[in-house]
Write a protein that binds this ligand. Structure first.
Ligand SMILES: Nc1nc2c(ncn2[C@@H]2O[C@H](COP(=O)(O)OP(=O)(O)OP(=O)(O)O)[C@@H](O)[C@H]2O)c(=O)[nH]1
Ligand SMILES: [Mg+2]
Length: 194
């Protein structure tokens, strides 16, 4: 799929600000700094559509990006940023949960984890939450450029064994740095937006 005109739609802090149309929503979840905003930019080949930062905690609201009126990419704030005040962490956690539990148009959850590390406790909580929500989900092992190409497949298999021993989710590598795994992700997305 080639998106010709990806557009920022709205930053929401409460459900009444979510778009009211019924376009499918493809939502990025994952810990802070894992690369959710970069993922959106990479998929549409833009540098600055979604704001990214090397400082964790960049995205603080729920940002909706309209993809040629076919679907939205929804960029959630990341969880688990330890430098955020406890109060702010709770606020972010509430945002995420409120969106995931109240939005009727979620067609796919893209769950990003870091290919270099075992899933964190927060990743495991999020995994449970997603499984219990019974929503379609694909797990993306991001920052694949940080490990040797020859090890990528084995590491992804190990991460799946750790997080999803039943192997009922799809796990794929990704790298915003290398941009070589985008086709595989588009193939999955296409199944959820038509
Ligand atoms: N090497 C490498 N760096 C990446 C990759 N994806 C993102 N980054 C870097 O990781 C940092 C965080 O990226 P963001 O896209 O802002 O992460 P985020 O998940 O949106 O973070 P929050 O908004 O804080 O939740 C930035 O410095 C990115 O350049 C990747 O695939 N490889
Ligand atoms: Mg972000």
């Amino acid at each position: 799929m080639i998106i010709k005109n990806p557009e920022f739609k709205i930053s929401a802090v409460s459900p009444k600000q979510y778009p009211t149309d019924t376009l499918p929503q493809i939502v990025l979840v994952g810990k802070s700094n894992v690369g959710k905003s970069s993922f959106i930019n990479t998929m549409v080949n833009r540098k600055k559509l979604a704001r990214t930062s090397s400082e964790p905690g960049k995205t603080r609201q729920i940002n909706f990006y309209n993809m040629d009126n076919k679907f939205y990419f929804v960029d959630l704030p990341g969880y688990g940023y330890s430098k955020m005040s406890k109060q702010e962490q709770v606020r972010v956690g509430n945002f995420i949960e409120e969106y995931l539990s109240s939005c009727k148009n979620i067609s796919l959850i893209i769950f990003l984890i870091d290919i270099r590390h075992l899933p964190t406790e927060n990743d495991k909580l999020m995994y449970r939450y997603i499984i219990d929500s019974e929503r379609p989900c694909v797990v993306i092992a991001n920052k694949a450029d940080k490990i040797a190409v020859t090890k990528v497949d084995a590491v992804v298999t190990d991460l799946q064994a750790e997080l999803n021993p039943l192997k009922d989710l799809k796990f794929i590598p990704f790298s915003s740095e290398r941009k070589i795994y985008t086709n595989a992700v588009w193939e999955i997305i296409e199944r959820y937006v038509n």
